[in-house]
Design a protein around this ligand. Structure first.
Ligand code: ADP
Length: 417
């Protein structure tokens, strides 16, 4: 417009080009002036209103101003969310530490002071491994395998036991949670000690009672059926209690005694033969047992514990399979896993019971278990022994068709190929 007007005026004096040049220069100068105003305005405090301008420049100023306001509101909202999250983490009775992908502390709450000895903001940007200087923690943190938690003594107080769990978030940032589990550990320790002491203390009186009962049985001259039946029942129950105390002692030993340092080489076929012979010697019909393990099947472990685990599985198979049933024991190695399977065609187990079978005293049918001399602790013992060998128990079963109990050992527990 300005250019057209100037050009028209200049053409009156017969100088249209000069008019056009003057008008263009004036326009460019005005644009520079407006750009300068924008620069000053953008450099000033964000609260300053945009400069007054009409036309196109007014629209541009308003657009930038609205974008700026929207950005500021978004930033405030995010800041409020972060503050809200930090407040909620702060109110947790556990230590919470946010770590960036290099392992440096970004933020930690106030419980991190008492539990982990970390202070915010003093320790911000410090590598956590330099502040929590327990080798167990450094190893756990640097391996980055966080599917299991870590038990740790608090670096701030040797009487506090912590359960530490790390999770990933964002772009490989980490969240460290540390919880004080001292009371839980003390209760667990009391429970273990109590069971170990009670079972140990019960052993002696039980042996005395059994001894006297068996003596009475040998010397009882009465033909009175009532006395005979009462005596037999007492002897039977004392045997049950003895088995129970024995199993409880095995379980508490597994829980308290650390794993043996040097595992031995165990021939799986031989150990199965030994168990079959023991079952026969105990008067259990072991003719139905078929040992299909190869002669050279071996694994590394504690022989006494492996014997106990396999023996429990075989005893159960015999216990829950009728006399004309069949029990097959097999060994296989595949995908770096060695499998010891005990398969029977006995009564089987309904699928809803399977996840609970390794719990102490869990029985599908209590009367059958008790009548067959079961204590309800056999599979709990098997589970503990397998955990000590980094192995696990898999159970497959179909009611009326039978069950397969498989111990899966990682190849490292077996022989190298
Ligand atoms: P128990 O001493 O009662 O046999 P366990 O812990 O060894 O205790 O087994 C728990 C329960 O699992 C048993 O009571 C039984 O109901 C079930 N069970 C274990 N093995 C078998 C099996 N081979 N066939 C069917 N049921 C089984």
């Amino acid at each position: 417009m300005l250019v057209t007007v100037c050009s028209a005026i200049a053409s009156i004096w017969d100088r249209p080009l000069a008019g056009f040049a003057i008008a263009s220069t004036a326009y460019i100068a005005w644009c520079f002036f407006q750009l300068n105003r924008i620069m000053f305005w953008l450099g000033a405090s964000p609260d300053v209103e945009p400069p007054e301008a009409g036309g196109l420049w007014g629209i541009i100023f308003d657009g930038i101003y609205h974008l700026q306001r929207h950005d500021r509101e978004e930033k405030d909202r995010l800041q409020a969310t972060i503050q809200y999250l930090q407040d909620s983490f702060s109110s947790l009775p556990d230590a919470v530490v946010m770590i960036d992908k290099r392992g440096n502390i970004v933020w930690c709450n106030k419980f991190s002071e008492s539990l982990l000895g970390l202070y915010y903001p003093q320790d911000k940007n410090q590598y956590i491994g330099n502040l929590v200087r327990d080798p167990k923690f450094t190893d756990y943190f640097e391996k980055e395998i966080f599917d299991q938690h870590l038990e740790l003594t608090s670096p701030n107080n040797p009487y506090i036991t912590l359960q530490v769990q790390v999770t990933f978030f964002g772009k490989r940032d980490k969240l460290v949670f540390a919880r004080d589990i001292t009371t839980m550990m003390q209760l667990e320790c009391m429970r273990r000690d109590f069971i170990a002491n009670v079972s140990h203390e019960l052993r002696t009186p039980l042996t005395v009672i059994r001894g006297y009962l068996e003596t009475f049985q040998d010397f009882l001259v009465s033909d009175d059926e009532r006395w005979l039946s009462a005596l037999n029942q007492m002897i039977e129950q004392s045997h049950r209690m003895d088995a129970l105390v024995r199993d409880l002692m095995v379980l508490s030993r597994l829980e308290t005694v650390p794993e043996s340092e040097e595992p031995a080489l165990i021939n799986v076929k031989n150990i199965t033969d030994t168990i079959c012979n023991e079952l026969s010697a105990a008067g259990i019909d072991a003719r139905q047992l078929i040992n299909e393990c190869p002669d050279d099947a071996c694994l590394m472990g504690n022989p006494e514990e492996i014997h106990s685990a396999f023996s429990n599985l075989l005893t159960n198979a015999v216990r829950y399979t009728d006399g004309d049933g069949l029990i097959r024991v097999s060994w296989s190695e595949k995908n770096k896993i060695s499998r010891y399977s005990v398969r029977d065609n006995g009564i089987g187990i309904d699928f809803q019971h399977i996840p609970r079978l390794t719990e102490r005293f869990y029985r599908v049918e209590k009367s059958r278990s008790v009548n067959a001399g079961g204590t309800g602790l056999g599979l709990a013992i098997v589970k503990h022994i397998l955990i000590r060998h980094n192995a696990s128990l898999k159970i497959e079963s179909l009611p009326g068709h039978g069950s397969t109990f498989t111990c899966e050992f990682p190849q490292s527990a077996g022989l190298d190929d």
